[in-house]
Design a protein around this ligand. Structure first.
Ligand SMILES: [Zn+2]
Length: 275
């Protein structure tokens, strides 16, 4: 009988451990809900998908910004809005040389509240063009984080313009872990999302160089799906599941931070103070 009770307790424990890992809340730091996504996946369905995935919070931006506002209205408990400086997907390529972008960003900032500007694409010396410079000034004026899909060079140029900037480095710049370490060490207000990369984990385990980096800088990473095209929305639950799997291999406090606590600390309070 005692053996049976022991076996039952063991079975229960074995069940409880994966179940709690499966329930790890996710702060998805890289969600776009652009005009074409709004059409194919209306706000109610998008919100339901986030809930189904166990995404408790998401940093959401869109081209244009209407998608973000619609999803925020549908799921104010989940969505934390950031302002993408794009009116349509086509602005991704030409925005750094288009003064119309400044007028658009100013108009949205006057009308709505955000915690960040981004995600924007900006590389090398383009960071010092007048339009990006003006965007950085507006971010400074409104106390907004910068969400930069950038190479290390552009990140350095953004910090040269605004020494106290807080930058969320999209995709950790698609850089190798050694370069990410160098940048995190040099810039204490730099944090990174791991969206749309798979090199940091496989088979439910972080890669060794990345594991060392997560443990060295547990407060500086977040996960993200990057729904840059509508079809990627259906990957949100799978991304959350895959993330929980490799996060479970890290010390629990580090896993919790990367899964949701860092996002909550960086954006949750800031947003609560603005809404
Ligand atoms: Zn993106």
């Amino acid at each position: 009988m005692r053996d049976l009770v022991g076996a039952a307790a063991l079975a229960a424990a074995a069940w409880i451990v994966p179940a709690s890992a499966a329930e790890l809340p996710i702060f998805d730091a890289h969600v776009h809900y652009s005009h074409d996504a709004v059409e194919s996946l209306p706000p109610k369905a998008a919100a339901a998908l986030l809930r189904q995935a166990g995404v408790k919070r998401a940093l959401v931006s869109s081209s244009n910004d209407d998608g973000t506002q619609k999803l925020l209205a549908e799921a104010p408990d989940i969505v934390i809005p950031e302002l993408r400086p794009y009116r349509t997907r086509a602005d991704t390529a030409g925005w750094t040389r288009d003064p119309g972008i400044v007028a658009y960003v100013e108009e949205r900032l006057a009308k709505y509240r955000y915690v960040a500007i981004g995600e924007f694409h900006l590389y090398g010396a383009d960071a010092d063009l007048p339009v990006p410079r003006r965007m950085v000034e507006l971010a400074r004026k409104h106390g907004l984080m910068l969400h930069a899909h950038s190479d290390a060079d552009a990140v350095e140029r953004l910090y040269a313009q605004w020494r106290e900037a807080r930058i969320l480095w999209a995709h950790a710049g698609f850089e190798r872990p050694e370069k990410v370490r160098e940048m995190l060490a040099r810039y204490p207000t730099l944090v990174a999302d791991l969206a749309f990369r798979t090199d940091h984990a496989s088979g439910g385990k972080p890669a060794p160089e990345w594991r060392a980096l997560f443990i060295e800088f547990p407060d500086r990473f977040m996960v993200g799906t990057d729904t840059y095209v509508p079809e990627r929305w259906h990957f949100v639950p799978e991304h959350a599941r895959w993330s929980r799997e490799w996060l479970a291999d890290l010390p629990p406090d580090v896993a919790e931070r990367i899964a949701w606590k860092n996002g909550e600390a960086l954006f949750g309070a800031a947003w609560a103070g603005k809404r």
